[in-house]
Write a protein that binds this ligand. Structure first.
Ligand code: GLN
Length: 197
């Protein structure tokens, strides 16, 4: 049996280069993904932060939406950061974009208001390890509701769920790829390895 270890990063828009840089630093076999056939043989796919309406539109232009959903349902791991998390949702509080409907979460875009478009906070996240994680929020979404199969990994004190996991799916409101802390990438690599074996 071939064990899949390759990780793809959806590279239609957003900060995919930063995710690629982290994966390369961790010496992971990785590639940029734009076209459906590039999903073949992946253990996991990262959907980066950016602008979810643009990412959704370009996914349709590249015809990758349905193949991606099939791969995830077939076991490929997926991790959405920020706009990527919006794409994984089953439902959004807003009308646009149309999410992929893979993870049982309801997500509210730009949930932390215009005046605090960006902020940073050190938050304890047990799944990543003992030391608090430095979370960078940029016009960040929050998970308003999580279904029974969703494991909540972190909350912003008093203000919503910011990290969650459901089977082979991982979602974070914030951007670990903009820090030098690779613990979330390593967590995702472990999830992808489990699904692929
Ligand atoms: N606000 C963006 C959106 O709605 C997400 C921002 C981000 O990915 N940093 O898509």
């Amino acid at each position: 049996m071939t064990v899949l270890t390759r990780i793809g990063v959806l590279a239609v828009q957003g900060d995919f280069a930063e995710h690629m840089a982290v994966l390369r630093r961790l010496q992971v076999d990785c590639c940029e993904v734009r076209l459906p056939h590039q999903l073949d043989g992946l253990a996991g796919l990262i959907i980066p932060g950016g602008e979810s309406t643009t990412i959704a539109r370009l996914m349709d232009v590249y015809d990758i939406r349905e193949p991606l959903k099939r791969k995830v349902r077939g076991g490929m791991a997926a991790w959405g950061t920020c706009a990527g998390m919006i794409m994984l949702a089953s439902k959004l509080a807003e009308d646009r974009p149309e999410p992929l409907g893979l993870m049982d979460i309801v997500v509210h875009r730009n949930a932390y208001g215009r005046q605090v478009d960006s902020f940073e906070a050190d938050i304890p996240i047990a799944a990543a390890g003992e030391k608090p994680f430095h979370c960078i929020f940029i016009r960040a979404p929050k998970i308003e509701r999580a279904g029974p199969k969703v494991e909540v990994l972190a909350k912003l004190p008093g203000n919503g769920i910011i990290a969650a996991r459901q089977g082979n799916l991982l979602a974070t409101s914030f951007h670990p790829e903009l820090t030098t802390d690779t613990r979330f990438h390593q967590l995702f690599l472990r999830m992808a390895a489990t699904g692929a074996s």
